[in-house]
Write a protein that binds this ligand. Structure first.
Ligand code: ST9
Ligand code: ZN
Ligand code: ZN
Length: 338
């Protein structure tokens, strides 16, 4: 009897086990995916960003209470613009995309300004950016915008990278940068020169030249200036992959976002840039007020320091707008009216 009553129990157990296995199987894929997205938090970076943001808020408080000299604030602004240009005209348009060529004095100047920005050395910045363009909005994209605003904005700098970033990223050719002695020298000396140029020098200049209080100088010219510039940069990866028009290709995540373009010196025309990444303007129009980086490259070209500026013909843009645009480009409306 016991044996007889055991059989259905065993059967029931077997059915339950197989059901669980089925369930396991059914959920295996999403569970695997979830494991892929597990955040292996890098606490050193989390603490650094918490300090930066708390200190930047304190820097704003100092500015708004009028304790800081106006020259220190203006200097912080100028320093941020220069450092930003090192990223946009240098790391981005010159080294990542080769959208123009630059003689060595300009390359040296851009490398110095890019070091002032502390957004990693040029080689690492370019490698992540080329991987972003090649594998946009996939697991191999270091700041994959499909993982949400927070991840693409700042979160990606606080966790270990997805394994696809290493595996697929290894297919990106970096040999051109390996041949550039300025880039390789910057890479070798970065951990010494970067803290000096990004933090020590901007804190020291206001104290030495117009007698600013060292405490105020550190918080305003170094920390607040750096933190705000980081956010303006990160908006290109987050906001300009979420909000805005897609005049050139409605099938991709990148958007044209004027506010981001102003904050990031012309890098917010991101739908255009993903479609035509070789254009030195990173935008259809070279309007300087929303594209300060183009002004710098044009100025350098006028003085023979930049050359071979690549751009895109109006005809090629028109064809692309008509074929894949979302209809927000003025030309689309023109052609509909015709
Ligand atoms: C920052 C960068 O903020 C911002 C970039 C923004 C880009 C925007 C673009 C838009 C245009 C420009 C707009 C500018 C506007 C300017 C306006 C200014 C007003 N491919 O990374 P590791 C391999 S930085 C191939 O340590 P973990 C490689 O072998 C902020 N391979 O991975 C590497 O070894 P090595 C300050 C790759 O351990 C190894 O993996 N900086 C790739 O997962 C390990 O790499 C920070 O906060 C790849 N893409 O760590 C530092 N990547 O390098 C943050 C890696 O020796 N970073 N490999 O060859 C970290 O601490 C770490 O990278 C981590 C990941 C924790 C995030
Ligand atoms: Zn780019
Ligand atoms: Zn992008």
């Amino acid at each position: 009897m016991a044996a007889m009553s055991g059989a259905p129990l065993l059967l029931a157990n077997a059915t339950l086990t197989s059901k669980l296995q089925d369930d396991d199987h059914r959920y295996a894929e999403p569970m695997k995916k979830n494991r892929d997205y597990e955040w292996q938090v890098v606490w050193r970076n989390v603490f650094a960003f918490v300090y930066l943001h708390a200190a930047a808020l304190y820097g704003f408080y100092l500015m708004f209470t009028g304790k800081v000299k106006i020259w220190t604030i203006l200097f912080g602004l100028l320093f941020a613009i220069m450092a930003g240009m090192g990223v946009t005209a240098g790391a981005h348009r010159l080294w990542a995309h080769r959208s123009y060529k630059a003689r060595w004095p300009l390359r040296l100047f851009l490398a110095l300004m890019q070091t002032m920005a502390f957004q990693n050395h040029i080689y690492e910045w370019v490698r992540d950016h080329r991987v972003h363009h090649k594998f946009t909005e996939t697991d191999a994209d270091p700041h994959n915008a499909r993982r949400g605003f927070f991840f693409s904005h700042i979160g990606w700098l606080m966790v270990r990278k997805h394994k696809d970033v290493f595996e697929k990223g290894a297919t990106v050719d970096m040999s051109d940068l390996e041949k550039d002695p300025i880039v390789m020298f910057q890479k070798k000396t970065y951990m010494v020169v970067m803290p000096l140029l990004c933090f020590v020098v901007p804190a020291w200049i206001p104290c030495y030249f117009w007698g600013e209080n060292a405490w105020y100088s550190w918080y305003v010219a170094s920390i607040t200036r750096y933190t705000v510039a980081l956010h303006f940069t990160w908006l290109v990866n987050s906001a300009a992959h979420i909000w805005g028009n897609r005049p050139y290709d409605k099938n991709i995540g990148a958007t044209d976002n004027k506010a981001v373009a102003i904050c990031a010196f012309g890098e917010g025309w991101h739908n255009y840039h993903h479609v035509f990444p070789w254009d030195y303007k990173a935008a259809e129009l070279g309007n300087y007020s929303t594209n300060l980086s183009t002004a710098l490259i044009d100025f350098a070209a006028k003085h023979g320091l930049a050359y071979d500026l690549k751009t895109v013909s109006a005809e090629m843009i028109r064809q692309r707008v008509n074929r894949t645009g979302d209809g927000s480009h003025p030309w689309t409306k023109d052609s509909q009216e015709e």
